[in-house]
Design a protein around this ligand. Sequence first.
Ligand SMILES: NC(=O)c1ccc[n+]([C@@H]2O[C@H](COP(=O)([O-])OP(=O)(O)OC[C@H]3O[C@@H](n4cnc5c(N)ncnc54)[C@H](O)[C@@H]3O)[C@@H](O)[C@H]2O)c1
Length: 355
Amino acid sequence: MHAPPAQAADPRRRCLVTGGAGFIGSHLTDHLLALGHDVTVIDDLSTGRRENLADAMAGRSGPGRLRFIEATVSAALAALGPGERFDMVFHLAAAVGVKRVLERPIESVETNVHETSALLRFVASRPPASDGSRHAATLVASSSEVYGKGARTPFAEDDDCVLGPTTASRWSYACSKALDEYLALAYHRQHGVPVVVARLFNTVGPRQVGDYGMVLPAFVAAALAGRPLRVYGDGRQSRCFCDVRDVAPALPALLVCPAAHGLVVNVGSDDEITIEDLALRVIGVLGSASAVERVPYAHAYAPGFEDLRRRVPDLSRLRRTIGFRPRHDLDRTILDLAASLAPPGAPAPGRRVTA
Ligand SMILES: NC(=O)c1ccc[n+]([C@@H]2O[C@H](COP(=O)([O-])OP(=O)(O)OC[C@H]3O[C@@H](n4cnc5c(N)ncnc54)[C@H](O)[C@@H]3O)[C@@H](O)[C@H]2O)c1
């Protein structure tokens, strides 16, 4: 992997990344190390994988130093020394994915709420830094799921969040992430913690796995294996997919932007594609012989499952604060994701795409 050189203008910072062995967290960790920052990762490996940090652990990601703590966020923070302090904190640890949330509803709600609360208490209780800054700049990863059933397109950060009934577990993920947002913003108002809430839309790319209900890696894995690509419902529901290698650098860029502090910011792409077209695109890009199979929602999840037809972010705030412009196109992402899912030594999948 090619690490960008450390930027002279960017002093070495002490960073904490919770969920840093996960899909997005590991790309963020690589990016921070490449910038020359020191990174502490806390991850309990519930859905994360040690292999995601292979480059970081081998010192290939960049000049920064990595410390890996395998534990839950609250346990790890409780064990850190009283003087231990970070300059930038990225809270990505969460119970993730609709499938996992439906299968393990208690764990999802408890993880997402308790661990965020523990993290924010930790940040607010640390002593001031030597440069006079009172609290670590702290980014809390939220999700486009908090918009719930909102019907507006595109979704802007101050739009209403419209969640379904508490009897449908599906909404507990959205609700737990909304509580995380309330907590983060409350720490900003009450204790002056420089907080950014990053409301992430569908993020995709290498290292993502389909085990927890993520659509693109599931399609790519099926296409590589010659199995049918299972499209839920009529396939006309649409999403916007952004490459993780565009999302990861946007997170520290937001944290060092004072204009973003105290704000919720949508992060993602606004390029919309239907799920059926996504399946056909995967098949085309990878030159797969797989077919598309339609699966009713009731079979895929549970009877009465509610999905959203469209989920498009309004990115004006993201563009205004950090001038965000994604650089990876979907075909490139599909190819690189396929390469990361293929067994070691397998020939490079798919037709040729120039970068
Ligand atoms: N991938 C997406 O499209 C997407 C979309 C919206 C929001 N998000 C948010 O981004 C963040 C990262 O998601 P991801 O896609 O990388 O998922 P992921 O499952 O790969 O990452 C989550 C990480 O958190 C770790 N973790 C879970 N509970 C923990 C705990 N109690 N203590 C310590 N570590 C714990 C897991 O082991 C994993 O490594 C999450 O907060 C998620 O809600 C992701």
